[in-house]
Design a protein around this ligand. Structure first.
Ligand code: CDP
Length: 222
């Protein structure tokens, strides 16, 4: 049983996905964290070819492990959540994620993890189109770039000043452009995805909307 939640940067996929997963007793997986982790490996070891990056990730190893209601990314068994949110990782993650062998590596971990758990709510860019095309429900979250930039700054606890908001909006737009125009698994809604514009929705409303959609497809809470 898979629920796929895709969408551009800072569209609220992870916070929404985690709450939807709790409701249905499913595990939540943030696939972006895997791409961030392997980008962190590339930067830490100064690697730029996919084969070398994957070999380094496998020898650490980078894994997806169960922690409370989530499958979280670990490096050598240790949490690396803080390191992977770093600005340098954010600046390089789109380029690393565009490499086909890197995507195969991530997809294998995602599919193995979901199979082990007997289902999952997975968020990302290509979950409904490539990773789990058979998902029971596919949602594509959108919001204006300015709304997304504001949420990201608030999430970081930064003061939302106009200049900072413009800068963050430009960075998000640039990353979305790279993610949408790459040759392999570009960011786009699946043909059968429900597109949900969250610009004017709060977290509780968007979660409720997705829970309703999942119920319509026969999913029930435990
Ligand atoms: O949290 P945020 O929206 O900033 O991004 P993320 O979900 O952490 O994803 C970081 C980056 O990983 C994206 O900009 C994509 O380049 C890549 N990614 C991907 O290619 N495919 C996915 N399924 C998830 C993320």
């Amino acid at each position: 049983m898979i629920i796929a939640i895709d969408g551009p940067a800072a569209s609220g996929k992870s916070s929404t996905g985690a709450l939807v997963a709790r409701h249905f007793g499913l595990v939540h997986v943030d696939s972006g964290a895997l791409y961030r982790a392997i980008t962190w490996v590339a930067l830490t070891f100064g690697l730029d070819d996919a084969t070398g990056i994957i070999a380094a990730a496998e020898s650490l190893p980078i894994t997806l492990e169960r922690h409370d209601g989530d499958l979280v990314v670990r490096s050598a068994g240790q949490p690396i959540d803080e390191a992977i949110r770093d600005a340098a990782v954010t600046a390089h993650v789109s380029a690393v994620s565009a490499l086909p062998a890197i995507r195969d590596w991530a997809n294998r971990l995602l599919r193995d993890g979901a199979r082990r758990e007997g289902g999952a709510v997975v968020d990302g860019r290509d979950i409904g189109t490539v990773v789990f095309p058979e998902a029971a429900l596919k949602v594509f979250l959108t919001a204006t770039p300015a709304a997304r930039a504001k949420r990201r700054l608030l999430q970081r606890g930064t003061m939302v000043e106009q200049a900072e908001l413009w800068r963050e909006t430009a960075l998000l737009a640039e990353r979305d452009h790279r993610d949408s125009t790459r040759a392999v698994a570009p960011l786009r809604p699946a043909d059968d995805a429900i597109v949900l514009d969250t610009t004017a929705l709060d977290l509780a409303s968007q979660v409720a909307r997705i829970i309703d959609l999942a119920r319509d497809r026969g999913l029930s809470a435990p």
